[in-house]
Write a protein that binds this ligand. Structure first.
Ligand code: UDP
Ligand code: MG
Length: 346
């Protein structure tokens, strides 16, 4: 008897690659992260419900909204619980503490029950009017990942624009699947893209990266972000820096290569310098004035070494947190409301 041991090293999600129009029958889950968004939720919900009606009429698409409350300090949770299930199903999830947006998006992805998933901020910056266009790219165009990008960055400082540009240059250096610059978290994923994303096992999340990494048919839609409906953005410079390091260490090994890239020219220069000194001593009998050059050399190499140890440390920290394998979030409360279809006799 021949025993065949068959191990699948990849993952096949092709069974979900039905024509998008058929897949649409499973509907769309809209995931809304909300951290202290009490003031804007009601208006946002109203607009989503209006849109859901349009989508139902046009494509027969049923929608669900998943509000994920990231342990807000205000009334976000209680307000979300009062939102009516008119033309959409509503789920409200409350996390046990503030886990940050990436974890919140993962929670939404896990709890989404419909086929496709759309991520959309709770502060009104992602225009709901665009949902229809995103859905049509998926249903009519057959795209799997419909992502949005800021049409321009004219209102941002030069420093910020430069650092964003540098960040993407670094993360995409030598990468096969480039992460699109400026892509935001406002994005629609088809059922098979959702299935693919759910299979990524890592705990440290950088959704912009993963959603691009999975591949499939992707399309970009430019949009003009609306001003925040109220309050101020929670993403400070430090938080953005943290997210950038998170993204870099998740998706790029380039920083580790810096050690060799810097080390080789430095060592070469030092070697040549040594040769030159010896030459001077042998031929002219000159004593090279040593102290300044020594100090400069030591400090350069010392600085480079410290930076490289820091970078290696980032990656080791990441290995540790993957190794601990802790859950990405804890859900403290979960409630849901089903939409009763009009005209249905109960
Ligand atoms: N958010 C969250 N947890 C946090 C911080 C933010 O769920 O710890 C949500 C927030 O409610 C909003 C989205 O993430 O819906 C984007 O946050 P924000 O508007 O502060 O940032 P920006 O618009 O600058 O990306
Ligand atoms: Mg915002």
């Amino acid at each position: 008897v021949r025993l065949e041991v068959f191990v699948m090293l990849g993952s096949d999600v092709s069974s979900l690659s039905t024509p998008a129009a058929t897949a649409a029958a499973k509907g769309l889950s809209i995931v809304v992260p909300a951290y202290n968004e009490a003031a804007s939720l009601a208006a946002l919900h109203q607009r989503i419900c209006d849109l859901a009606k349009v989508l139902r009429q046009r494509y027969g698409l049923g929608c669900e909204v998943v509000y994920v409350d990231d342990d807000s300090g205000d009334a976000t949770h209680s307000i979300a619980c009062t939102l009516p299930a008119s033309s959409v199903d509503v789920q409200v999830i409350s996390l046990s503490r503030n886990f940050g947006k990436e974890a919140v998006l993962m929670a939404g992805l896990d709890y989404a029950r419909r086929g496709a998933v759309l991520f959309m901020d709770g502060d009104g910056q992602h225009p709901p009017a665009l949902i229809e266009q995103l859905a049509s790219h998926w249903i009519e165009g057959g795209y799997d990942v419909v992502y949005t990008a800021k049409a321009h960055r004219d209102n941002e400082s030069l420093l910020r624009r430069l650092s964003v540009h540098g960040f993407y240059a670094l993360i995409n250096w030598g990468a096969r699947q480039k992460i699109p610059e400026d892509a935001g978290d406002f994005r629609l994923l088809s059922p098979r893209a959702v299935a693919a994303l759910r299979q990524l096992p890592e705990r440290n999340r950088f959704l912009k990266g993963s959603a691009s990494w999975i591949g499939f048919r992707q399309i970009r839609v430019d949009y003009e972000p609306a001003p925040r409906a109220h309050g101020v953005a929670t993403f400070s410079l430090m938080r953005l820096l943290g997210l950038s390091i998170e993204g870099l260490t998740s998706f790029s090994m380039v920083p580790l290569r810096f050690a060799s890239l810097l080390g080789v020219p430095l060592a070469t220069a030092a070697f040549l310098f040594g040769l030159w000194i010896s030459w001077e001593v042998w031929t002219a009998g000159k004593q090279v004035p040593g102290n300044p050059s020594l100090v400069v050399g030591l400090m350069t190499i010392g600085g480079v070494q410290l930076i490289m140890i820091g970078i290696v440390g980032e990656y080791i920290g990441k290995i540790l947190s993957e190794l601990k394998a802790r859950p990405i979030y804890f859900v403290a409360e979960h409630s849901e409301k089903q939409f009763a279809v009009e005209g249905r006799v109960s």
